[in-house]
Design a binder for this molecule. Structure first.
Ligand code: FES
Length: 121
């Protein structure tokens, strides 16, 4: 686990980039929960920290695809892209990272491969 920042340094709704061993990861806070995921959208690689949170999803700023923060799955495509072909709409899953809060700091496991979210105080 890598120490990232103080938990109170992340405002509700905020997202920012961190770089760990040349890997860019987004850290954010949504509904009081710390979340971490790959910096790039699995659709066409837009920076997700320029998007926003909605319901339980992160919304990509480029085509508004929504990825579930519990599973990383694509769960919604904006209606304005319904006419696009299936190949264009295809997207992989968003990779999520495990985070832990301990002694007021956020720790992240950059090698975690599941979508498990653990929060300890
Ligand atoms: S690049 Fe993210 S939805 Fe297309």
């Amino acid at each position: 686990m890598i120490k990232v920042c103080r938990v109170d340094a992340i405002e509700e709704g905020a997202m920012f980039l961190i770089n760990i061993d040349k890997k860019e990861i987004v850290i954010g806070k949504h509904n009081g929960r710390i979340v971490a995921f790959d910096a790039y959208c699995p659709h066409r690689y837009a920076y997700l920290h320029r998007g926003y949170f909605k319901d339980n999803n992160v919304v990509c700023p480029l085509h508004n695809f929504e990825y579930d923060l519990d599973t990383g799955k694509l769960v919604k495509i904006d209606e304005k892209y319904e006419d696009q072909n299936e190949e264009w709409k295809r997207s992989g899953d968003l990779r999520l990272y495990k985070t832990i809060i301990k002694d007021g700091y956020v720790y992240l496991d950059p090698f975690s491969t599941d979508s498990e979210f653990i929060q300890q105080c």
